[in-house]
Design a protein around this ligand. Structure first.
Ligand code: ZN
Length: 327
């Protein structure tokens, strides 16, 4: 018969083993969850989608173009499951393509049909549903952050799986050939039109927004987009989100209209305002201080206001330290 000592040893080793695997499961939760919750291949296009108000179909029939004004176009993907809205922003000298969808369909001919200006592609962040297809644009601009610069070899920036997540739809991890590194807070002069690059991490640690102070428009990527602020991706952080909400409130005008990157079943352009960002900030502070309970277990949903929700990890996984703390 086994002695009590041996039984105790087996028990302790088993407990240590279970705890170790639990620890690994937490650390690698995104690597476990993404394959479990995504198809790993291109998803079928949506059928019977709502009309995008004011939209004109592109010649390939996939995209829908909305002229927000003579120099600003939303290029929508109403049949893509994530209902992306990409923005082509024109000056008199050059144009910015802010996001390029997942790249299942080529967006470049659609953009080039709208302008003869040289187009610079600038992703709002590196998730696969924003960086488009590798090499689609000849000129690429990326936010200049120390951790992104360190990752680049010369001007070649090969994304990490955690930054890109493209395995969710069977997409290879791309290498961006960076022509232009833009420092957070710097402006981009398009000729008669100046955009400020705002560093707005939270959804990811490389998220940026573009702010047009003259037109009082901010293009927000996934920072806030319609009904959602999402903080469950691998490099998401609620500390970053709070810092970004405060930054946007400080640097933009109270009249600012915010155009996000994902629409809804309505077909409408995802639109938010300054009050939504204020409510996001107040929600984040309440969550951080333990004054607001969410619903669900993983992820947790917090109500921001009657229009928006914040989707986050449970309290014990929440990260409240900003990637780059303010001075
Ligand atoms: Zn997205």
């Amino acid at each position: 018969m086994w002695g009590i000592g041996l039984v105790r040893k087996i028990f302790i080793v088993s407990i240590v083993g279970v705890l170790f695997f639990a620890y690994l499961a937490v650390v690698y939760r995104h690597s476990i969850l993404v394959p479990l919750t995504t198809p790993g291949e291109e998803r079928p296009l949506l059928e019977n989608v709502a009309v995008v108000p004011g939209g004109e179909p592109s010649s390939d029939g996939y995209y829908v173009v909305v002229a927000l004004d003579a120099q600003t176009f939303a290029i929508a993907e109403p049949r893509y499951w994530a209902r992306n809205f990409n923005y082509l922003i024109l000056g008199t000298e050059r144009a910015i393509m802010f996001d390029a969808g997942a790249g299942h369909k080529d967006i470049r001919p659609v953009a080039e049909a709208l302008t003869d200006l040289p187009i610079t592609f600038l992703p709002s962040h590196f998730h696969y549903d924003h960086v488009g297809r590798e090499g689609a644009f000849d000129h690429v601009a990326v936010v200049d952050l120390p951790h992104i610069r360190n990752q680049a070899v010369g001007n070649e920036l090969t994304l990490t799986w955690q930054q890109h997540l493209g395995s969710a739809e069977g997409l290879e991890i791309p290498t961006l050939i960076v022509d232009e590194w833009i420092t957070p807070g710097d402006t981009i002069d398009l000729g008669g039109r100046v955009l400020s690059l705002l560093y707005t991490p939270g959804h990811s640690d490389n998220s940026v927004s573009l702010y047009d102070a003259d037109r009082k428009v901010m293009f927000s990527g996934d920072f806030v987009t319609g009904n959602l602020a999402g903080a469950i991706a691998p490099t998401a952080s609620l500390g970053d989100y709070l810092q970004s909400a405060k930054r946007v409130l400080r640097l933009t005008d109270a009249e600012t209209i915010i155009r996000g990157a994902h629409g809804s079943e309505s077909g409408n352009i995802p639109t938010n305002d300054h009050d939504d960002v204020r409510d996001l900030r107040d929600t984040l502070i309440a969550v951080r201080d333990g004054e607001l309970e969410g619903t669900g277990t993983f992820p947790i949903t917090y109500v921001i206001n009657d229009k928006m929700i914040l989707v986050a990890e449970p309290r014990w996984l929440q990260d409240w330290t900003p990637t780059y703390p303010d001075e």
